[in-house]
Write a protein that binds this ligand. Sequence first.
Ligand code: CA
Length: 264
Amino acid sequence: MNMTMQDTPRHGRSIRLAISVLALGGLALLGLSACSRSGVNKQATLERILALPLCNELERPAEVFDALDCRLDPDGTRDPTDVKLLFSYAPVEAGANTGDITMRLAKLDGTELQALTEADVPMYLYPYLEDFDGDGALDVILPREVGNVNTVMALLKRQKEGQQYTRFGEINGVGFQRTAEGYLAVQARSSAASWGVSFYDVTGPALVPLALIQIAASETGEGGAVTATKCTLEDISAAALATQTPEAAQAKFCGDPAADVYKE
Ligand SMILES: [Ca+2]
C-alpha cells in the first residue's frame, strides 16, 4: 500500500492532522474501493478488512519502524454500517528518524469516512481502544514513543455525535486513570525515587492541563520498599487557581488515589 504524505513536516514535533471527510473518495481504501460497488466486491472488501490483524493483539514491533497494518473495531460488530479503524504505517526512508501513521475510519463496504494522520512519529507502536474521558465512546490511544519507562501517547477522541475522531492531545506517562472528579490523571516516572502526576480537564474539545504534582519517596524500609512519601504541587493552571488556593489544590491533588504511585 502506498501512503503519500504530502507536506509532512520533517522537523520538530509538529503534528499535522489530516482530516479528509470523503475527500479521498476516488482513492482506494486498501486498494479496494474501486471494486466496492457490487455486492460481490463488497464482500471481498469486508473480508480484506477483517483479515487485517487486530492492533491490540499484536506484539510490539521488534524494529522501530517495522509495524504491520492493522485494525481496531470500536463497534465490535459486522454490521455493514459498522465502522472499522484501519491503521497504516508509512514506509520510512533510510536515515529518517520519524514516520507517519494514518488512521482511516471506514465502513465495512469500504466507504472511507475519515483519514487522520499522526505525523513525525519516532517509533511505530500499536494503538488500542480505551474511553479515556469516560463519555461512553471508545477512543484511540496511539503510542508515539516509549522511553525508559514512560510512553508518549496521542489521544484520538471519538466524537459523541457521529463517528469522527479528533486529535485531543498528547500525554506522557506510565499509565493514566480518571479521577472521581472526572479529571484524567497521568502518572509518569520522573526518576528512580520520584513520580509526577499530571491532571487534565477532558470535558472540552481538547486536553487542558490543570495541575502537576510530584511525589518523592522520603523513607524506605526493608528491601527498598517506600514507606513514606512527600507530595508537592509543582504547577497549577490559572483556571484551577481561580477556584482554590495553592494549599487547597495541593491537598486535593496529592490526596487523589492517582497520587498513590507507590502503592503495590
Ligand atoms: Ca471517550
